[in-house]
Design a protein around this ligand. Sequence first.
Ligand code: IP8
Length: 279
Amino acid sequence: MEENAITSVSKLIILKLGGSVVTVKGRLFTPEKEAIVRLAEEIAQSDVNSLIIVHGGGSFGHPVAKQYEINSGYRDSSQLIGFSKTHQAMVTLNRLVINSLIDQNIPAVGIQPSSCIITKSGRIQVMEERPLTRLLRMGFVPVLYGDAVFDSDKGFAILSGDQLISTLAIRLNADRIVIGADVDGICTADPKIDPSAKLINHISLSELKKLQPKIEKAKVTDVTGGMLGKIMELIPAIEQKIPVVIVNAAKPNNICKALNDEKVVGTIINKGEDVAKPN
Ligand code: IP8
């Protein structure tokens, strides 16, 4: 296609679909099929015109990565098959997500992070983003995922979808990040343990940092650090004034509303002044 047929990328939204939403977390290699289909419908119904989707690993990537200790780096050749299995599990999940998007007439194209990113001690060091930006400019919806990647210090590592969205948002100057989680947002305490926990509708970066010790620690199956790890990864993007909206993607219509920037139950995080208000 001619260069002049490519429109510019504006108002880019980066959407994370959490692994706990698109898979059944306690059941190995089990997709949450209804949620995947519903989310594709919500994305199709939204008004976004420039979108990157990144999904997490859930019961596809995490158990295998944990079994073979991929995130600890290369120790011996017995892990190689584990790297392959982890990556392949993510490719399988990615295919399911992309098929549902295509069924909704969304021109989704998968991009393998392991083929265009190298990390250094687990942090993104090299990223070839030209195919991605080209897809975006042409009106495609690139779909990436947390993946097993090559690492210049450790041999290999696990790159979380959250590190990926933060990096993409900064490099591509995104307008907003929308996180589709399996909880309503950030609470004053862990709602799974403390019934008095209240949802925070709006929080500034400095307040978020203060709340850090209270935010839920890594779940046992999550090699990339549970809710705390996810929030911490977003900080560099929030520092660049890219707002983050966390909503419960397991509840219908939240993703559509968040993509359209409509009022929705959830937590908005931005760099601004201290505003935390439990509802
Ligand atoms: O679920 C990790 O991505 P995340 C993916 O976004 C793998 O942390 C391969 C475990």
